[in-house]
Design a protein around this ligand. Structure first.
Ligand SMILES: NC(=O)c1ccc[n+]([C@@H]2O[C@H](COP(=O)([O-])OP(=O)(O)OC[C@H]3O[C@@H](n4cnc5c(N)ncnc54)[C@H](OP(=O)(O)O)[C@@H]3O)[C@@H](O)[C@H]2O)c1
Length: 314
């Protein structure tokens, strides 16, 4: 199969196109021809060689990176139920996927438990943007923070891939949403439903908030997040590492989330998009090594608004 690979860890310039053996399905998995994939900060960490060993211990070069995919089922393992050849699907690969089973390859082997069907209203590009970022936002706002109508939620890093989904999902729950972002992203966040947007470069503005019911931190600003959280409130972070002292607080709950989204979450996200309640802010480029390099550099810059997707084929 054709694949965009790296032959060593390093800068985004490392990506090149090559031919590799395609991954083989088991009785419990499906083979998917990739139509689109999205780039996450984890992809950048992986390419730079900065992921911990539990992800990368078995990787060999040339290495196919990428976790999020949208594509078309072309083979179904004999124990798999619920999927058929030609189904349009999206999902995310195991964090420790095989070296030739990343979504920057033409084919991926995926598990039925971590994928879902793409509703007719969504394109492959839109679906590819959802798995890690949407799954992370959903798990934080719905599963971990249990955000309810009337609560005030602060989303730190509101304009990023995860943040933009989180802002909208919290609005669907009926919350009042405050987001932090650079001024260039304030209009976008208001359009996506944020009630108030704060420039995080202005420390006084962030610190002027008080008694927030829940905080979702995608930016690593745990200290300020805790300072504005009410007593009895909950903070979920995916952007930073809480200290033991923060985890041991008795009047506030601090959760460091590691995302594990499954079909039920992907179905919920796809339904929110289909029904017009969740919008996807996308930048898309056609598949090529140069465009993948460009996309990785954009994500590495830490100032993306929404998601970057590489379109492989219609
Ligand atoms: N633990 C997990 O399971 C898990 C899962 C997914 C993601 N993550 C992590 O979550 C983080 C966010 O992921 P993502 O996909 O949303 O990344 P992203 O799309 O690259 O996020 C970029 C956004 O971060 C904002 N930002 C940067 N520094 C900020 C700061 N100091 N305060 C507030 N906002 C800031 C930028 O805002 P402006 O451009 O407006 O300045 C930009 O919109 C990453 O660190 C990622 O590795 C963890």
């Amino acid at each position: 199969m054709e694949a965009l690979v790296i032959k060593e860890f390093g800068s985004a310039d490392e990506f090149y196109e090559t031919e590799l053996d395609q991954p083989q399905i088991t009785d419990d998995t499906v083979l998917v021809a990739v139509n689109a994939f999205s780039i996450n900060p984890m992809d950048v960490a992986a390419r730079s060689g900065k992921l911990p060993a539990q992800f990368s211990a078995n990787w060999k070069f040339p290495l196919v990176l990428g976790w999020d995919f949208a594509g078309t089922v072309i083979k179904v393992g004999k124990n798999v139920t619920g999927y058929q050849i030609r189904d349009r699907v999206f999902g995310s690969l195991p964090y420790d996927h095989a070296s030739n089973n990343g979504s920057y390859g033409s084919y991926v082997v995926a598990s039925p438990e971590t994928m879902a069907k793409i509703p007719a209203a969504l394109s492959f590009d839109q679906a590819a943007a959802l798995p890690i970022a949407g799954g992370t936002a959903y798990q934080a706002i719905i599963d971990n923070l249990s955000v309810k109508k009337g609560e005030t939620v602060l989303v730190q890093g509101g304009a990023g891939g995860v943040g933009l989904f989180a802002v909208q999902i919290a609005k669907v729950q009926g919350a009042k949403v405050i987001a932090t972002a650079s001024p260039s992203h304030h209009e976008l966040l208001k359009k996506m439903g944020a009630d108030k947007v704060i420039d995080y470069h202005d420390r006084t503005a962030v610190k002027s908030l008080k008694d927030v019911d829940a905080v979702f931190d995608t930016a690593g600003d745990i200290d300020d997040s805790l300072a504005v959280l009410k007593s009895g409130g909950k903070l979920v972070t995916v952007g930073g590492r809480p200290t033991q002292e923060q985890l041991n607080l008795t009047d506030k709950t601090v959760v460091s989330q590691f995302t594990h989204a499954t079909t039920a979450t992907y179905d919920s996200l796809a339904e929110l998009v289909s029904s017009g309640k969740l919008q996807i802010k996308l930048q898309t480029l056609p598949r090529s090594a140069d465009n993948l390099i460009r996309a990785q550099q954009m994500v590495e810059g830490h100032h993306m608004a929404g998601k970057f997707v590489i379109h492989v084929k219609d």
